[in-house]
Design a protein around this ligand. Structure first.
Ligand code: FAD
Ligand code: NAP
Length: 534
């Protein structure tokens, strides 16, 4: 009998969880509390309780080649940075292609997950669900928690004295849908994460004035990188990850900060933080500098106090205001998991951000509970591929003490690197973390073997963007389309930009030309890389 796996949530993590179970011959049952797939990415004016909520205009800030599932490239005519509606289109294609929908029980909430009395020997769980007010219990051999971590608004009103007196209106970015209510108003947006900067820009088109308040500033990256390529495609390469390891962090920060300051000096724009660029989750916004230079957005320090009609900032300045948007991030919790895990201020002790270290049997895993410098979807997918193999007994986890030691070490490293903030508790770097997972599954690309057998592919794997297809080249779950997907990824990036391609023949040669010029140097560097890398 195939083991039964309960998957909680039918967002992007839940979808790839179903697929991974099927691939490993497990029997998935996915419970989704709403009536449809997509989780956060399904925009609705009035989203259901308990589901993440986005604004109408959200465009993803991870590009299509970096965010796709590893054996299902995003169609070549889809834009590099997709609007939420396009992302939903992709998820629907994925679900249809792999026939995932029939494994989902919609409008069914998981309200309780607890160990069965014989858990020590069976590792089984009692899962209680609710549909139309009726509860049902069932036994499962394993559980994958795919409930997301951008659902519960973090609204720290206690740190803003006077907000209770304020006569205007305020809301959290979770409840923001569009700028309509802010027309001709004077508005403060608090927080300079990706929500804060997106909303400040959008609201500033119709508001009288927008103030963007930040307690520590931020480095602002662009979606559009050198030569117009998506920034993540440029930065997320194995070669760059390798060089980053070789150089001192201070030099790497210096180089990156110089590049950002060459576009606009962050100190002139009131944005320069005290911390270095890699000490904070990145804010990506191509439009913010334009809104600042045109005066539509003014950058301000933290709010010290609200009065009935104004805000007083920490530098003593005061502005009359009509509305406040708290873009202050999110918290997460797992109320249905009775006593199995404890979350304190967004900290949760999980081995590799997935497995509770103290369970007698490794039959519970968290998926997508990471904040990557990169896209979540391929990470969730690889996590699922590992978890399902652990559930099947094909792979063991280390002893509990070793897992706990690893958790402590990871936490210490994070605390050392990132500024103290509740948004920095589940940070991972894309390539190192993906490679770690890939080693567990046995699917990390073998560069040396690739250089000997397929140098063309090896070059793109080492120097090109580390796209998810790299983790389908070999090992369990190998996909025969992976090689072609890697070798054609640049075409898929350029294709949607070529609405007038025929009028612009030179475009088509840009990448190969650059590629040729650098390839000799790259080959030499690759050999050094291959010889030196662990
Ligand atoms: P979700 O999409 O949140 O899905 C969770 C699902 O679980 C939901 O459908 C919910 O209804 C269901 N559920 C929850 N609890 C239960 C329960 N008890 N029983 C049954 N069902 C339940 N990530 C990126 O990689 N790139 C980006 O550019 C990016 N942009 C973002 C922009 C915004 C504004 C926000 C807020 C987040 C962004 N993210 C981005 C992160 C985002 O969380 C992920 O992209 C992705 O949505 C995570 O998918 P998920 O399936 O893990 O969670
Ligand atoms: P976030 O990244 O957690 O940022 C929260 C911001 O609020 C930070 O600037 C934080 O400052 C500030 N803040 C928190 N508490 C505060 C307090 N008490 N006083 C003053 N400032 C406070 O949240 P987010 O911007 O909503 O982003 C959530 C996730 O969604 C991220 O993964 C993000 O990348 C993603 N996202 C993506 C897009 C997109 O793709 N277009 C858009 C929006 C969001 P500190 O740093 O000082 O703590």
């Amino acid at each position: 009998m195939a083991k039964r796996v309960a998957i909680i949530g039918g967002g992007s993590s839940g979808l790839c969880a179903i697929k991974a179970c099927l691939q490993e011959g497990l029997e998935p049952v996915c419970f989704e509390r709403t009536g449809d797939i997509g989780g956060l990415w399904r925009f609705e004016e009035h989203p259901e309780e308990g589901r993440a909520s986005i604004y109408r205009s959200v465009i993803i800030n991870t590009s299509k080649e970096m965010m796709c599932f590893s054996d299902f490239p995003i169609p070549d005519d889809f834009p590099n940075y997709m609007h939420n509606s396009k992302i939903m289109e992709y998820f629907r294609m994925y679900a249809r292609h792999f026939d995932l929908l029939r494994h989902i029980r919609f409008r069914t909430s998981v309200c309780r997950v607890s160990k069965r009395p014989d858990f020590t020997t069976t590792g089984q769980w009692d899962v209680v669900t609710e549909r139309d007010g009726k509860q049902e219990a069932a036994v499962f051999d394993a559980v994958l928690v795919c409930t997301g971590h951008h659902t519960e608004a973090h609204l720290p009103l206690n740190t803003f004295p006077g907000i209770e007196k304020f006569k205007g209106f305020y809301l959290h970015s979770r409840d923001y849908k569009d700028a309509w209510a802010f027309t001709d108003k004077r508005v403060i947006v608090i927080g300079i994460g990706n929500s804060g900067s997106d909303l400040a820009v959008e609201i500033s088109h119709t508001a009288k004035q927008v103030f963007l308040s930040t307690r520590r500033g931020a480095w602002i990256l662009n979606r559009v990188g050198d030569q117009g390529y998506p920034i993540d495609v440029i930065f997320t390469t194995r070669m760059k990850a390798f060089l980053k390891k070789l150089l001192s962090p201070s030099i790497v920060c210096h180089l990156a900060e110089n590049q950002l300051n060459a576009r606009f000096d962050h100190s002139h724009y009131g944005l320069k933080p005290k911390h270095r660029i890699f000490n904070q989750h990145p804010t990506i916004n191509d439009d913010l500098p334009n809104r600042i230079i045109s005066g539509r957005v003014q950058v301000k320090p933290n709010v010290q106090e609200f009065t009935e009609t104004s805000a007083i900032f920490e530098d003593g300045t005061r502005e009359d205001i009509d509305a406040v948007v708290f873009a202050t991030g999110y918290s997460f919790s797992f109320p249905f998991l009775e006593g199995c895990v404890k979350v304190v201020e967004n900290q949760i002790p999980l081995y590799k951000f997935m497995f509770p270290p103290d369970l007698e049997k490794p039959t519970l895993a968290f998926i997508g509970l990471i904040q990557p410098l990169g896209a979540i979807m391929p990470i969730s997918e690889l996590q699922c591929r590992w978890a399902t193999r652990v559930f099947k007994g094909l792979q063991d986890l280390p002893p509990s003490a070793d897992m706990l030691a690893d958790i402590t070490q990871t936490k210490e490293k994070m605390a050392k690197r990132y500024v103290k903030s509740q948004r920095h508790t589940i940070q991972v770097d894309y390539i190192p973390y993906m490679d770690e997972l890939a080693c567990q599954v046995g699917v990390k690309p073998n560069l040396l073997a690739l250089f000997l057998t397929d140098p063309k592919l090896a070059l793109e794997v080492a120097f090109g963007p580390c796209t998810p297809y790299q983790y389908r080249l070999r090992g369990p779950g190998e996909w025969e389309g992976a090689r072609a997907a890697i070798l054609t990824q640049r075409q898929r990036m350029l294709r949607p930009l070529r609405a007038r391609a025929r009028a612009c023949p030179a475009c088509s040669s840009t990448v190969p030309h650059v590629f040729m010029v650098f390839s000799i140097g790259l080959i030499v560097a690759t050999l050094i890389y291959v010889l030196l890398s662990p």
